[in-house]
Design a protein around this ligand. Structure first.
Ligand code: MCA
Ligand code: AMP
Length: 512
């Protein structure tokens, strides 16, 4: 029989052979490999019993829990498409995703059931379940009566496994469609490249509604049959408590900045650690060096996107090269990266240009946006990342990539992407506002801080507190401008385009 390309089947081939061994440990309980198999089987059975069509979406906005991970695995097993949503999203944001993706099933936090069920109904969703952080709720109650064994659906490599929404430069989010093979190929590559082992213990503190926590971290541990210490969020006290038992940790740069800010973070705490991995946002060279000095560990920085999974990584094996501060390393095996000019022609080594990528990890396109998908690929099939980078350069091997900026107007705050356009559209309709510009300025903890610059209508005095309150009702908290500044006019170039670089320069020394 043809090999089953279902991602769950591929991950499960790596599960520990001792199914009673601990796979996930939380501060309050443990889950064995058998628990993962059986609970995901029960949830998959429940999903299948609904009779929804293969490829239907399962939209999930729940707190992090092992059960939420099992729901993800169950969705794969049932041949459905997982659509995770940030728990910080408010109703206005969730409404867009449900309307756009038309999920057959929605799983939400019990506290949000009322409003999410209303939105789901409007979007034509027939099934709404709840799942709480402690694993309680209607999903697990109903799954409990299902069989503990489930025949994982046979999937083709190109069948969709997940849709991840990434905000768009026009303010409208795009759903990146990821196939079973996109995810599996990346997971298998990373397993080899980062030397995952069955005796690894991963400190998992990332949220599981994005690529980093859901795919890169969880897939790695599952595929290696390695244990995860599973914490609901970044909490430095907990991190320091568990680190001595761990061999591996992944985080956005803020995680490393916060560890360094705590005097209890010492080499003794990291005594069993073999690998600290950073990504999702640029790691400052200063953080890289301080971490090395303080802990004796060299952070491995890698680079990726929702549309592609991981693209490049500094080496793990010393034989493949050094981990260099300020670089994101070579393209991963099986992928190709190039840096090009505005006409898609490769630039010379050491020169900055647009980063493009090709490989089995590159997504299938944006959900119901064929035109947008076409624009984001070159005619010969390279995906335009929207990042600016350099290959090689003084003292850097030719095949190492450095990310030096972005051609897309994007702010990354604490590892979360914020698209200025989305905030500007909300600001521009506030009473008395003529226009606005949203920029990112350096921030010691979050890397970048969201700042709004607004211009009042002639003769109007703005009610800044009122504007902030209004923004809070419709924007997730991490998107909220940390500061709002009022000026008479935005700087523009001769074409009339707002010069955000001028604003970023002007406001770069703001104190948080
Ligand atoms: C929380 N706040 C933030 C952020 N997080 N503000 C800006 N940026 C943020 N990222 C705000 C809250 O609204 C609150 O404001 C105040 O900060 C404190 O909130 P709290 O919840 O205590 O914050 P925290 O728990 O300390 O969270 C910070 C965090 C978290 C740990 C850095 O944001 C986080 O875990 N980020 C990881 C994101 C991630 O996984 N990204 C991967 C994307 P107020 O008090 O006003 O309400 S995947 C990706 O990018 C690609 C593919 C890749 O390469 O990996
Ligand atoms: P997302 O849309 O959440 O998938 O975010 C992808 C973006 O995060 C990339 O296009 C980069 O701009 C950024 N990113 C991820 N990893 C790194 C890194 N190591 N250094 C710089 N930027 C990064």
């Amino acid at each position: 029989m043809e090999r089953n390309a279902n991602l769950y089947a591929i991950l499960a081939a790596g599960f520990a052979t001792d199914r009673d061994a601990v796979a996930i440990e939380t501060p309050t309980r443990t889950y064995s490999w058998a628990d993962i198999e059986q609970t995901s089987a029960r949830i998959a059975g429940l999903l299948q019993s609904l009779g929804v069509a293969p490829g239907s979406r399962v939209a999930v906005q729940v707190h992090k829990s092992p059960e939420a991970l099992m729901l993800y695995l169950a969705t794969l097993r049932a041949g459905l498409v997982y659509l995770p949503l940030n728990t910080a999203y408010h109703a206005a944001e969730v409404e867009y995703f449900l309307t756009d993706a038309e999920p057959a099933v929605v799983v939400c936090d019990p506290a949000n059931q009322k409003w999410i069920a209303d939105l789901a109904q409007q979007a034509g969703t027939a099934h709404v379940y709840t799942l709480d952080a402690d694993g309680s709720g209607s999903l697990m109650e109903e799954a409990a009566s299902q069989e503990a064994v489930f025949q994982t659906v046979h999937s083709q490599p190109d069948d969709l496994a997940a849709i991840l929404y990434t905000s768009g430069t026009t303010g409208r989010s795009k759903g990146a469609m990821l196939s079973h093979d996109n995810l599996a190929s990346n997971a298998l590559t990373l397993k080899r490249y980062w030397g995952w082992r069955a005796d690894d213990v991963l400190l998992h503190m990332l949220p599981i509604f994005h690529v980093h926590g859901l795919f890169v971290a969880s897939h790695g541990a599952l595929l290696a049959g390695a244990k995860m210490i599973w914490l609901p969020r970044l909490d430095i006290d907990q991190a320091l408590h568990y680190l001595p038992r761990c061999t591996l940790m992944m985080g956005v740069p803020t995680y490393y900045v916060r560890l360094l800010a705590d005097p209890r973070f010492t080499p003794e705490v990291c005594r069993n650690m073999r690998l600290f991995i950073s990504g999702s946002a640029p790691l400052l060279a200063e953080t890289f060096h301080q971490f090395q000095q303080r802990s004796g560990n060299t952070i491995l920085e890698r680079y990726g996107m929702s549309e592609t999974g991981m693209i490049t990584s500094n080496p793990y094996e010393p034989a493949l090269g050094e981990r260099l501060a300020g670089t994101v390393g070579p393209a991963l095996p099986g992928e190709t990266v190039r840096v090009v000019d505005d006409e898609d022609r490769p630039v010379d080594l050491g020169q900055t240009g647009h980063v493009q990528v090709r490989g089995p990890n590159v997504f299938a396109g944006y959900w119901r946006m064929p035109e947008k998908t076409r624009q984001e690929f070159t005619e010969d099939g390279w995906f335009r990342t929207g990042d600016l980078g350099t290959l090689g350069g003084p003292g850097i091997p030719d095949h190492y990539l450095s990310i030096v900026g972005r051609s897309k107007d994007l702010i990354i705050s604490g590892g979360y992407n914020v698209y200025p356009k989305e905030i500007e559209l909300v600001l521009d309709v506030q009473p008395g506002v003529e226009e606005s510009a949203v920029i990112g300025v350096p921030h010691a903890d979050f890397g970048e801080m969201v700042v709004a610059i607004i211009v009042p209508k002639v003769g109007q005095v703005l009610d800044i507190e009122g504007i902030q309150a209004s923004l809070k009702t419709c924007l997730a908290n991490f998107k909220m401008p940390k500061q709002i500044h009022v000026i008479d006019a935005l700087p523009r170039n001769t074409m009339g385009k707002v010069q955000k670089n001028v604003l970023r320069q002007q406001y770069k020394n703001l104190q948080p």
